[in-house]
Design a binder for this molecule. Structure first.
Ligand SMILES: Nc1ncnc2c1ncn2[C@@H]1O[C@H](COP(=O)(O)OP(=O)(O)OP(=O)(O)O)[C@@H](O)[C@H]1O
Ligand SMILES: [Mg+2]
Length: 297
């Protein structure tokens, strides 16, 4: 059996609303991430990809509540207050960087949060990390402010910050969506290289099936707060079993980077289908959400 870095059962996320009933946006999913792999998560806008990841990281907005029946990280149960050795990077690095602080300030802060070292040592470690993620003139960059860097460089800084937290799991939530195509490829190559070198497990949230095919060993397809299908790349790309996945594959974007994949007009569910479904194993690696009772076909 494969070892898993993450194994969560029955995860739900609910948002409390002031004058409305609270809304469940993640609907009792089981999320299993094998160790040492890059797992792709795809699904249309609003399907719950980011909220699932934020719930894993315990960084939901304050009105969001997450529940699960069990949560194993690297095979061990964590108590709810414990921080998991995971780091997350986002689509827009500017939202995570303080515009009034230098790059060096951000990096040194992370080093000193995780290691008992002097400021000078922290600075050296930060410079080494910047070089590792492909930033040239690292010493000069340390003194610059976020707006003085290009988008690709800022994303490299975010990756350096993430790595300085010594994670076992790296969650990248559409890390290249805001970047030019050539820079996208560089950042993805960097993530791939680091995954190997640092023996990381990676979750890659993306709108781009091409990226999944090129980077990931397996894939989870989300729709309306649920995982509707999961499997190896081969399972899901060549033998899609859920109608939503089939529509998604038909809707593969044409290459215009600003095109948001999917709000699919060709797929809808009845309320019965929404409520009455369960994950069925098609093979050892491939699972699909089916209406209860509809196990075959
Ligand atoms: N602060 C919030 N309060 C209430 N509901 C929210 C909040 N943030 C997000 N949601 C809802 O949670 C659902 C899932 O959002 P999420 O950001 O996870 O989608 P996503 O799959 O990451 O989409 P995208 O591809 O656009 O990033 C959406 O329906 C959204 O409206
Ligand atoms: Mg998102």
């Amino acid at each position: 059996m494969k070892e898993n870095i993450l194994e969560i059962k029955d995860l739900s996320v609910t948002f409390k609303k002031k004058h409305h009933p609270s809304e469940q946006i993640i609907k009792n999913i089981d999320l299993t991430i094998p160790k040492g792999e890059i797992v792709g998560i795809v699904g249309e806008s609003g399907s719950g990809k980011s909220m699932t990841m934020k719930s894993v990281m315990s960084i939901l907005p304050s009105n969001g509540v997450s529940k699960y029946s069990s949560f194993l990280f690297d095979g061990k149960t964590l108590d709810s207050k414990e921080r998991i050795p995971a780091a997350m990077i986002f689509q827009d690095p500017m939202t995570s960087l303080n515009p009034l602080r230098t790059i060096g300030y951000h990096l040194i802060e992370v080093v000193q949060r995780f290691q008992k070292v002097s400021k000078k040592e922290a600075e050296n470690l930060a410079i080494i990390e910047l070089e590792k993620v492909g930033i040239t003139l690292a010493e000069k960059r340390m003194k610059q402010y976020p707006h003085e860097l290009s988008g690709g460089m800022r994303q490299r800084v975010m990756i350096a910050m993430a790595l300085l937290a010594k994670p076992q799991l790296l969650i990248a939530d559409e890390p290249t969506t805001a970047l030019d195509v050539t820079i996208q490829a560089q950042i993805l190559n960097l993530i791939r290289k680091l995954q190997k070198e640092e023996d990381l497990s990676v979750i890659l949230v993306t709108h781009d099936f091409g990226i999944v095919a090129g980077m990931c060993q397996s894939i989870r397809v989300m729709y309306d707060g649920k995982i509707v299908e999961e499997g190896n790349i081969d399972d899901v790309f060549y033998h899609p079993a859920h109608d939503y996945t089939k529509e998604l594959l038909k809707a593969i974007p044409t290459g215009d980077k600003n095109e948001k994949l999917y709000s699919l007009s060709g797929y809808s569910e009845t309320s019965e289908e929404r409520e009455m479904s369960e994950m069925i194993a098609i093979s050892e690696t491939h699972r699909v959400l089916k209406k209860r009772g509809e196990r075959n076909g």
